[in-house]
Design a protein around this ligand. Structure first.
Ligand SMILES: *Cc1c(COP(=O)(O)O)cnc(C)c1O
Length: 380
């Protein structure tokens, strides 16, 4: 990997268009391609579910950013996850999942994959011994997010990679919260990276997408086969929007981190908050591991309010600049109540989140304006 991250973000997989010289990869809105003779394709393009030049540019760029060899782009993060599970698991297999996984990921395991015969155990993925204790003789996958959504727990990717190899399982890392700018799990021993590119990778809250990235030929062939066979691919327009977002990923992430640090500093001075969950804080239980495996600590912050659930809901309802909404990782700041919104599907399960929890996705606006908005929302 000779070129720097920002150079790869702007150029990897995106040479000038061979037909026109267009500097930006065009949106190749076509379902099919001319064959010069029966079965004789030009440049390997046959049908766009199988391969499309705009999607290929995104896939090559993502692979370069994650220091993998192959990327696969999907219609959503969950489509990527579903395809991955069918590709690497069989009915009867067992997966260890985070006990505070993203609600949609939990729902996929609990309500969809389980009906297909896949078993799972939620575990505290910040504790390698707890993960080891959850392993059975049928475990084929250890699945982690780091930082987790919404509690910002940190998994030690290197240590879990060692455990996965020891038991003959694959380590899957959902790298959505960190983005490849802050953390590259394949270099730390992960086998597969999952992204909801809807979040930081796309970065502008204007497209839903997902991706898988690997560095192993056999796994790549398996994923490519399933991507084509299951068909939940990213459209050329979605791929183009995502590529456009990626070009500024490095500068956006620096600003997300700068602003999040300012917000954390402001929150730390308040006595109506009982806990701040941000891996950049030295008192965060995963701080040391995060400092070792991440470049900086990201733009996501979760806090618990002393006033309980109603206080958390009141703050959400009062912010003006922080938009009340699901999702995260866009240029605009967002606020939400995980218990009633993104993680409502975990209610009554081992993954249920505390009612007094607020989640902030700190955007790249002026920090002073963000602090002023939080100040009025907290009723100062
Ligand atoms: C949003 C999200 C997903 C799901 O992605 P979609 O693009 O919404 O399907 C998966 N993992 C994490 C950590 C997420 O935040």
């Amino acid at each position: 990997m000779t070129e720097g991250f920002s150079t790869r973000a702007i150029h990897a997989g995106q040479p000038a268009d061979p037909v026109t010289g267009a500097v930006v990869t065009p949106i190749y809105a076509t379902s099919t391609y001319l064959q010069d003779a029966v079965g004789q394709m030009r440049n390997g393009y046959e049908y766009s579910r199988t391969k499309n030049p705009t999607r290929l540019a995104l896939e090559e760029c993502l692979a370069a950013l994650e220091e993998g060899t192959h990327g696969f782009a999907f219609a959503s993060g969950l489509a990527a996850e579903d395809t991955l599970l069918r590709a690497i698991c069989s009915p009867g297999d067992h997966v260890v999942i985070p006990n505070d996984a993203y609600g949609g990921t939990y729902r996929l395991f609990a309500k969809v994959a389980s009906r297909w015969g896949l078993n799972y155990t939620p575990a505290a993925i910040s504790d390698v011994d707890a993960v080891r204790a959850a392993v059975t003789d049928k475990t084929t996958v250890i699945w982690v997010e780091t930082p987790t959504n919404p509690l910002l727990n940190i998994a030690d990717i290197e240590a879990l990679g060692v455990l996965a190899r020891e038991i003959g399982a694959k380590l899957v890392v959902d790298n959505t919260f960190a983005s490849p700018y802050l953390q590259r799990p394949l270099t730390l021993g992960a086998d597969v990276i999952v992204h909801s590119t809807t979040k930081y990778v796309g970065g502008h809250s204007d497209v839903v997408g997902g991706a898988l990235i690997v560095k192993d030929e056999e796994m790549a062939a398996e994923l490519g086969f399933h991507q084509n066979s299951m068909g939940a691919v990213a459209s050329p327009f979605d791929a183009w929007l995502t590529l456009r977002g990626i070009k500024t990923l490095a500068v956006r992430m620096e600003r997300h981190c700068d602003n999040a640090e300012r917000v954390v500093e402001w929150l730390a001075g308040r006595n109506d908050i009982s806990e701040i969950r941000y891996p950049g804080l030295t008192e965060h239980p995963g701080h040391k591991v995060a400092a070792a495996q991440m470049r900086r600590f990201g733009g996501m912050i979760s806090v618990r309010l002393r006033g309980g659930e109603q206080s958390a809901i009141d703050v959400c309802n009062r912010t003006k600049l922080f938009t009340l909404g699901e999702s995260l990782g866009g240029v605009e700041s967002l606020i939400e109540h995980p218990g009633r919104m993104t993680h409502a599907s975990t209610e009554g399960s081992p993954l249920e989140v505390p009612g007094d929890l607020l989640r902030l996705s700190v955007g790249i606006e002026d920090a002073e304006d963000l602090l002023a908005d939080l100040s009025q929302a907290f009723g100062d």
